[in-house]
Design a protein around this ligand. Structure first.
Ligand code: PLP
Length: 376
């Protein structure tokens, strides 16, 4: 293990007490008291009217794809610069992912590229708020409205961030959140689907409950429940919801620690970055970000390669991001054709440095020293 780990899942210290309470409650399956408490926190944080807790962000994305009723040949536009789950969810429903390029500044999906990629087969636009920095939601929303498309936020990075004062996750028809242990708030594996279009709520509840109207039954709205649609089991167990509730209860503390570390990097690395042509993160001036990760863009692929081995020598864990989806064997099988020069360039040059709430000040100094002792 390096002296400074790239990632370390954070614990607030209150998880055990909440988990013990969930164990003692006798309600261990999904949709128990802690599920409701975690969902209530998320409704408060995001303004989403309906929050459905899921076993992962991947599952929340899959639910979003089921709600679109996609047919083979339907197209879903998304960035190539993302995690596989963004695309898998729609491919599983038979749709064709249309990978488009990103903006070199925000590293988010390019609005011009989306506009160019829309065809009569397009059904939805899926956006990723990379590093918790908001996409151009006004422009993307207009495009979606103009062409009758669904707009979905993969908000795995952006819980707690805003776009022009509005919470990320509240801007698409649907939004997916992750509570994987690498994310800002974690319960090992977990997620949520935020349903912002009221017309989708009832069906989302049914698909998540094995295609039954059990939720309506539990609320006393129908006198028995039955199989009314297709579906699967996308519930988060209440024990994990208890762990998540502990984390969400420490929202401000977690975010302020992450922002402190992020801001220290931004200040301490500025001179070195400017001198060597390294690009620091450039969050939007009009919105807040989520301090989800801290990335550096090295001048070229060769410098990134040397940077990662230098950091390994210095015993500081670092990581690249992402293997662009359009360059993968599956994308080739799905017939991807477009050139995505910004995505290729960014993914070949990007390196992430450690960022987690309990990164100590000696560790932080060690990271800063290791970075600034590198000459690209
Ligand atoms: C982490 C992540 C996911 C998947 O989240 P899980 O909760 O692990 O399923 C999806 N999209 C993006 C952009 C992610 O970073």
């Amino acid at each position: 293990m390096p002296a400074v780990q790239f990632h370390r899942p954070y614990l607030t210290g209150t998880e055990e007490a909440h988990i013990a309470k969930a164990l003692a409650s006798g309600h261990h399956r999904g949709d128990g008291p802690y599920t409701e408490m975690a969902a209530a926190e998320l409704r408060m944080r995001t303004g989403a009217a309906t929050v459905l807790m899921t076993p992962s962000c991947t599952h929340a994305l899959e639910l979003s794809a089921m709600l679109l009723d996609l047919a083979p040949g339907d197209e879903v536009i998304m960035p190539s610069f993302t995690f596989v789950s963004t695309a898998n969810a729609y491919v599983l429903r038979g749709a064709t992912p249309v990978f488009v390029d990103i903006d070199p500044g925000t590293l988010n999906i390019s609005v011009e590229a989306v506009a160019e990629a829309i065809t009569p087969r397009t059904r939805a636009i899926v956006v990723v708020h990379y590093a918790g920095v908001a996409c151009d939601m006004d422009e993307l929303g207009s495009l979606a409205t103009q062409h009758g498309l669904r707009l979905i936020e993969d908000n795995a990075h952006g819980l707690g961030a805003t776009y022009l004062g509005q919470p990320l996750g509240s801007l698409g028809d649907l939004a997916a959140v992750s509570f994987h242990d690498t994310k800002n708030f974690q319960c090992g594996e977990g997620g949520a689907l935020l349903v912002n279009d009221p017309e989708l709520v009832q069906r989302a509840e049914i698909l998540r409950e094995k295609g039954t109207n059990r939720r309506a039954f539990m609320r006393g709205q129908v006198d028995r429940y039955s199989w009314v649609d297709v579906g699967s089991s996308y519930l988060l167990g209440d024990i994990l919801a208890a762990m998540l509730f502990a984390q969400l209860s420490a929202f401000e503390e977690i975010q302020s620690r992450r922002h402190d570390i992020w801001s220290t990097y931004q200040a301490e690395l500025a001179g070195w970055a400017a001198e060597h042509g390294v690009r620091q993160p450039a969050p939007r001036a009009d919105s807040t970000h989520a301090a989800h990760l801290y990335q550096l863009l090295l001048p070229d692929a060769e410098a990134r390669h040397r940077f990662l081995s230098h950091m390994a020598d210095q015993e500081v864990g670092c990581a690249f991001h992402y293997v662009p989806l359009h360059s993968t064997p599956l994308a080739a099988r799905l017939g991807h054709r477009r050139d995505l020069p910004v995505t290729d360039s960014v993914s070949a040059r990007l390196a992430r440095i450690p960022l987690y709430p309990d990164l100590g000040s000696a560790e932080l100094d060690r990271v800063v020293h290791a970075v600034t002792s590198f000459t690209p």
